[in-house]
Design a protein around this ligand. Sequence first.
Ligand SMILES: Nc1ncnc2c1ncn2[C@@H]1O[C@H](COP(=O)(O)OP(=O)(O)OP(=O)(O)O)[C@@H](O)[C@H]1O
Length: 249
Amino acid sequence: MRRHTDTPHPEGSDTYSGSGSITGAAVSTRSLVKTFRGGVDTALTAVGRVDLHIDAGSFVALTGPSGSGKSTLLHLIGAIESADSGDIEVDGELITDLPRKRLPAYRRSVGFVFQRYNLLPALTALDNVLAPVLPIRTSFDAPARAAELLDAVGLAGRHRALPSQLSGGQQQRIAIARALINAPRLLLADELTGNLDTHTGAEILDLIQTMQQQHGMTVLLATHGQAIAENAHRHLSLIDGQIVTDTQL
Ligand SMILES: Nc1ncnc2c1ncn2[C@@H]1O[C@H](COP(=O)(O)OP(=O)(O)OP(=O)(O)O)[C@@H](O)[C@H]1O
């Protein structure tokens, strides 16, 4: 395990080589706990002592009833929220121990797709995809990669469209392209089909699978849909913050 020293890490550098597939990240958690304050004296355990190992390049579906802790687990792994205790390791790097100034670079190495697409309404599809790399220097041609990704997600010819001119499924495609702009080692998808009709949701899932096969990143997908889980390599189910079933598919 690699413990972090606080060595300088230049903002703006990244590892994307500009072509081809990337290596997915292996993810491990050990005794991971996250609680939220319920009332004055009560604590609600959203994630309770979760031990998990996810192989590099695998596609893992996470299901469970509302409130079972799916989003919280994704947020912890993506370092959007911090754990109360326990460890998270991504490719041997201890994320739970990262110095604050390393967090932006780590978060950039992870792609997120949410149920609400969180697109910037005043920006075109192309500029939305470029948004995550605007504050940083990239070692690749970002506009060319953004255009390539929009084509790959089925939005050739709609690069200049505003989100409001596109359907929900098309907006989710932009969000997927945006999540891939930094060639993430890990893609965290939280109910990404939740706002879509069944047919469009199935198309979006196919797209995620295609992108995963092409790019090789590890995918962790939280979903209510069993049908979606059946397309994954592995299905984890959560109840009350605990993994209760773990099935290789
Ligand atoms: N910021 C927060 N403050 C307080 N409680 C929270 C917070 N975030 C999550 N929780 C609680 O933690 C538990 C787990 O929530 P979480 O959103 O992770 O579940 P989920 O399985 O993703 O649910 P859903 O399927 O409805 O999105 C719930 O009881 C929720 O109310």
